[in-house]
Design a protein around this ligand. Sequence first.
Ligand code: FAD
Length: 472
Amino acid sequence: MRVAIAGAGLAGLSCAKYLVDAGHIPVVFESRDVLGGKVAAWKDEDGDWYETGLHIFFGAYPNMLQLFRELGIEKRLQWKSHSMIFNQLEEPGKYSRFDFPDLPAPLNGVAAILSNNDMLSWSEKIAFGLGLVPAMMRGQSYVEECDQYSWTEWLRIHNIPERVNKEVFIAMSKALNFIDPDEISATVLLTALNRFLQEKDGSRMAFLDGAPPERLCQPMVDHIQALGGEVHLNSPLREINLKEDGSVASFLIGGEREGEPRNVQADAYVSALPVDPLKLLLPAPWKQMDVFRKLEGLRGVPVINIHLWFDRKLTDIDHLLFSRSPLLSVYADMSITCKEYEDLDRSMLELVFAPAKDWIGCSDEDIIAATLAELKKLFPMHFTGEKQAKLRKYKVIKTPLSVYKTTPGCQKLRPSQETPIVNFFLAGDFTMQRYLASMEGAVLSGKLCASAVDGSAEKLSTAQAISKALPS
Ligand SMILES: Cc1cc2nc3c(=O)[nH]c(=O)nc-3n(C[C@H](O)[C@H](O)[C@H](O)COP(=O)(O)OP(=O)(O)OC[C@H]3O[C@@H](n4cnc5c(N)ncnc54)[C@H](O)[C@@H]3O)c2cc1C
């Protein structure tokens, strides 16, 4: 079957990869001139990379890790020590670590939590541990039920002191969805904690050894093309044209600076767009259908990714750091953590600025000034006295609508990969799969979508595709 796919983020490329493996011919159309969507990156005039986001791969990403193995690129993941490292706000320049020993899960996680005495008291650890028992015992069904609560509400229900939020979970919730614990659904944190506590290497982190478009997306494209598929950049989906029965007749692709738009016909059609642009492209007759109507409740969250090139080393830590700053989320010294960005003498800090809703409209200069003010609190030794660290250059990348905002109640709004339209399918991290809005979620959604398309082959081969659920 020929399958037209709009969007060359990880979901669209994963869908194309698994379709081509199943013997189909995927044709991918990406609106921008770069692969990867939210993992896209570019080179500046000096040849230095800057990225849409600082990206971490976890041991609990089975589909992503399998994809790396299938592409023969697993050595490109640079695994770090099995730890979680937090800045100590009360002792600037110092860190607090959760080190996971080489024990089976959940013992390694329990040992990591019990052996950290900087952040939580014993009574807080016990209260939190007891709160997690239902999630550990009942698994995913309990985790899904908790989508009615924010994380802060969930802590209150379990009598877990507010200080636990302040010490640990503001940082984790900003890392997972760029919002605070008052807003994030408890399902998000519980899903992550469950994976981290139930899989020995679940919370182990890796950095890619270079920029994602070259080091991860390009091998996917090479694989797709080698087996007869196609990937086209600068080819936006403009319109979804319908047949009389409401199923897809063609994708209108291109136009404006890409030349005359053209109608592309295929046996099946996939949207691997983020939810916000998808909503704008939905044909009018589909908008009242339950599955598409629910999409109105999903909306991308703003986030800002910052790159700071300094004239000297600020850290020697080869790992992700949780800043615990009110303005910043996680950060890393990419000159240490990522092979291609290596600089032995000078730091390049990549930082996620979140929550960003009050900052997304501000100038780059204001955002950098606020970031540096926060860094001065984290590393006063580098920014006071005579030999202060100098900022050589910076780059600010704003994403006003990034991954969907995972507030309570969103789980029931997420669509499956199969839709009521017989020849139209969905991929993307917002579609229903158990890994939330993440790279793993995007790759898994693409795989599930490819399997749904493949499973519909017989139905689709009948000449007249009949829409299953159009209002009569
Ligand atoms: C700052 C930041 C940090 C992150 N950190 C992590 C992390 O550490 N770990 C993790 O697992 N995840 C992280 N994520 C999330 C992760 O990047 C996303 O979940 C994942 O990349 C989404 O993939 P996707 O394919 O679903 O969507 P996207 O990557 O958004 O891909 C959609 C594609 O569709 C294209 N498109 C849009 N409109 C059209 C159109 N009309 N026609 C054709 N193409 C179109 C877009 O250009 C894009 O290429 C982070 C995200 C951000 C923004």
